[in-house]
Design a protein around this ligand. Structure first.
Ligand code: BG6
Length: 461
């Protein structure tokens, strides 16, 4: 059976400035937390490959734009590096302006619509030294940065995003140690999440007040939450996890306010963040025009052991426990479950509970190690596993669209293999292989397969 995608479906790929640009301290760019962290603890990074060794888009963007067009992509998402555009948070770096303007224009010239995100885990070091998102002043700094980006690039860029996966810098930086500052404190984590959403709202407000052309959204990693069973305790754990992992960001972004149950949960556990008058109005002004949804894997949970949990809670695991579903299909390289049906469930949730807001799949993908094992004699990685992965997710997407989901695109993570934070180049995700020695981009089998899907705008099942 062959099924069509809607007309003008966005086909593309995504990356971020800190994972792709390189040119670490060139042309006026200052340090982000990643640059400084690598200098402090290089051993935390896979093979000690750090943020200087990314995939060189700073010099290769024009060629990449051409390759995208040759693959029939019609859109591409990347981010701006805050500390390249505003090295000290105040002064515009003209070289950065030239670079980004030319980058976005080159994409457009190739028929590839740029979707530009403002924050992808890369906190400027000067701001981290003042407390990063923990500090209230981060909101104003972010709004200033957002406004600068709109002013400098608003004539070219029509599709803006404020944050990529804002829950990740909270979870990894304040409830774990995979992001700087490696703090483990629930209350601080809640404060960081709160300031992040206020900063998001402040950027949306500036955008709307100045009546910029185009639209503004946010990218959320919406992992659907599944309970171990229908038992009341497991369902309660599911509800808790959904509040903390999904609604805490999705509700303010789409509905302009936090859910009452979340506020009660935080209050009961002495976790409410410090707030100021006017915050509710600001959040209400932060409603987005559209959403990006990153989907890699679902969350599976089960009831907590009520005798063992802390009250007040010390971590999210006091509200739900991870559940290891014995039947799961795994991407063993990344350690993530593969569950394409999750995309359908998210789509239906957005349709039924979130005003059927327009959204697209802003990231989906499969990171695989040692892909050179799968190279044919011409050096083309035969990534049939990736093709199967994409096909299964597209199939579920189409099923949801048939039932009225407002999904308008699919972006793979990523176009050219890029640097993956602490994992560096351990797992590769791209349609194109990145040769670490030469910087060359080499197409993988999936790029040819996808190019045809895009050209036909349909999927065979
Ligand atoms: C997404 C992030 O969550 O996952 C990307 O937005 C990241 O920045 C991607 O690279 C893949 O995850 P990882 O950890 O394998 O790089």
């Amino acid at each position: 059976m062959t099924r069509k995608f809607p007309e003008n479906f966005l086909w593309g790929a995504a990356t971020s400035a800190p994972q792709s640009e390189g040119a670490q301290y060139e042309d006026g760019k200052t340090a982000s937390t990643w640059d400084v962290w690598f200098e402090k603890e290089p051993e935390r990074f896979y093979n000690e490959v750090g943020p200087k060794d990314t995939s060189l888009t700073y010099e290769k963007y024009a060629k990449d734009a051409k390759l995208m067009s040759e693959m029939n992509l019609n859109s591409f998402r990347t981010s701006i590096s805050w500390n390249r555009l505003l090295p000290d948070g105040k002064t515009v770096n003209e070289k950065a302006v030239l670079y980004y303007r030319d980058y976005f224009l080159k994409l457009k010239e190739q028929g590839v619509e740029p979707i530009v995100n403002l924050f992808h885990f890369d906190m400027p070091w000067w701001l981290m030294e003042k407390g990063g998102w923990e500090s209230r002043e981060s909101i104003e700094h972010f709004a200033y940065y957002a406004n600068t980006a709109f002013e400098q690039f608003g004539d070219i860029v029509q599709h803006w995003m404020t944050f990529n996966e804002p829950i990740v810098h909270v979870q990894c930086g304040y409830l774990g140690n995979d992001h700087w500052p490696q703090v483990n404190n629930f209350k601080q984590a809640v404060q960081v999440a709160y300031h992040t959403m206020l900063a998001h709202a402040a950027a949306v407000k500036v955008f709307k007040e100045k009546q910029r052309k185009g639209r503004i959204g946010i990218i959320l990693n919406l992992s659907p939450v599944y309970a171990r069973s229908d038992k009341e305790e497991d369902q309660e754990a599911r509800g808790n996890s959904e509040l903390l992992h999904i609604k805490s960001f999705l509700d303010p972004a789409v509905l302009g306010k936090y859910p009452e149950e979340l506020v009660t949960m935080l209050k009961d556990n002495d976790l409410l963040p410090a707030a100021e008058s006017g915050d509710s109005e600001l959040l209400a002004a932060g409603k987005v025009d559209y959403l990006g949804v990153n989907y890699y894997q679902p969350l599976r949970v089960q009831a907590v052991n009520k005798e063992k949990v802390h009250h007040p809670a010390k971590s999210p695991s006091d509200f739900s426990r991870a559940y290891d579903w014995p039947e799961k299909r795994m991407n063993l390289y990344r350690g993530w479950e593969i569950y394409p049906e999750g995309i359908y469930d998210i789509a239906i949730m957005l349709k039924d509970e979130y005003e059927n807001i327009p959204w697209y799949i802003s990231e989906n993908g499969m990171g695989v190690s040692d892909e050179e094992r799968f190279m044919d004699e011409e050096g083309i990685v035969q990534d049939d596993y990736r093709i199967e992965f994409i096909r299964d997710h597209l199939d579920q997407t189409l099923k949801a669209i048939d039932e009225g989901a407002n999904c308008f695109g699919y972006h793979l993570w990523t176009f050219v293999d890029c640097w993956s934070w602490l994992n560096a180049y351990k797992n590769r995700y791209g349609y194109y292989r990145y040769d670490l020695e030469t910087g060359k981009r080499i197409p993988k089998k999936s790029s040819f397969w996808m190019s045809e899907i895009i050209q036909r705008n349909e999927l065979d099942r």
